[in-house]
Design a protein around this ligand. Structure first.
Ligand SMILES: O=c1ccn([C@@H]2O[C@H](COP(=O)(O)O)[C@@H](O)[C@H]2O)c(=O)[nH]1
Length: 304
């Protein structure tokens, strides 16, 4: 990949006219009936169901959105078979022209973080997992982030550092203050420092931040504090965030952020408004309709 991650993401946003990120969070109990392997099924059977589910979602959304975010946890739950399915899902997204954010929230001391960065960062054949980008935790400090940043430089990959997460309990650590600055503000300053010296043509660098749609005030504050960073905004839809909550994450050109929704899109066939219209057998049509709906709700970011 010769183009830096932030420029590739920007190109995809402009080409699809969408800032929606579809989260691939296959949950056993919510899979459409036709993909549930039935009683006594092995983890390998479930992994096959996950793979079919996610690849079909990718086929539906490939021309509608710039990026998908596979959630590693659900694949890890199925052991080696799940991880093989995850790999094939990432490759399928890549082959369909979608960018990938692997949501693994990885990190460790620097020398071990090097192995994580090598494993996950680099699209297609550039790394064994083939992901364009990865979510990472900042809680082991700046030196733990360095290996990820180095791999972003080497392989034109991207990372999204957890800054202000969408969950209600995140403030226990993230909102703590010392020397007049909260932890999330300290992490944001580091993200900006990394990205400001690596800006692509789009004006953003490859080191981004995770900021929840459930904290619109902090999102506005962090947009200002990190002018060089792409923001991944989870918490839209199932967690209660809406279009008005995420507007402040974008520049006036509608760039600088992508908004993730997982359950509300991939399990749209279970939402009453879609269940009646499409029925479970046509779950792919519900995914398409829910993606179109989210794109329409967020179209306002381009005309701020
Ligand atoms: O702060 C964060 C960081 C990550 N997530 C992840 O995003 C999706 C959200 O799923 P929904 O179904 O749209 O609620 C999920 O994979 C989380 O692990 C987050 O929600 N908040």
């Amino acid at each position: 990949m010769s183009v830096c991650f932030s420029d590739r993401l920007t190109q995809r946003i402009l080409a699809t006219k969408s800032v929606t990120c579809v989260g691939l969070d296959p949950r056993r109990q919510s899979l459409p009936q036709g993909l549930q392997p039935g009683e006594g099924a092995s983890v390998a059977d479930w992994a096959a169901g996950f793979e079919t589910f996610c690849t079909e979602i990718i086929d539906v959304v490939a021309d509608k959105v710039p990026v998908v975010k596979p959630q590693a946890a659900f694949f890890e739950q199925l052991g080696p078979a799940g991880m093989q399915a995850l790999h094939r899902v990432i490759q399928h997204a890549h082959n369909k022209g979608l960018l990938t954010i692997l949501d693994g929230k990885r990190n460790d001391i620097g020398s071990t973080a090097e192995a994580y960065a090598d494993a996950y960062l680099g699209a297609g054949e550039a790394s064994v997992w083939g992901s364009d980008s990865l979510t990472v935790s900042p809680y082991l400090g700046a030196d733990s982030l360095d290996p990820f940043v180095a791999q972003c430089d080497r392989r034109n990959a991207g990372v999204f550092v957890l800054v202000k997460t969408s969950n209600p309990g995140g403030g226990m650590l993230q909102d703590r203050s010392s020397e007049g600055q909260s932890v999330y503000q300290t992490v944001a300053a580091k993200v900006e420092e990394f990205s400001s010296t690596r800006r692509g043509e789009c004006g953003f660098g490859p080191i981004g931040a995770v900021v929840g749609a459930t904290y619109p005030e902090q999102l506005a504050e962090l947009r200002e504090k990190m002018p060089s960073a792409y923001i991944l905004i989870p918490g839209f839809g199932a967690q209660g965030g809406g279009a008005q909550d995420v507007l402040a994450g974008f520049t006036s050109a509608g760039l600088g952020a992508v908004v993730n929704s997982s359950r509300h899109i991939i399990f749209a066939h279970r939402r009453p408004e879609y269940a009646d219209k499409f029925g479970e057998a046509n779950w792919q049509d519900a995914v398409a309709a829910a993606t179109d709906e989210m794109n329409q709700q967020l179209a306002c970011v381009f005309g701020q």
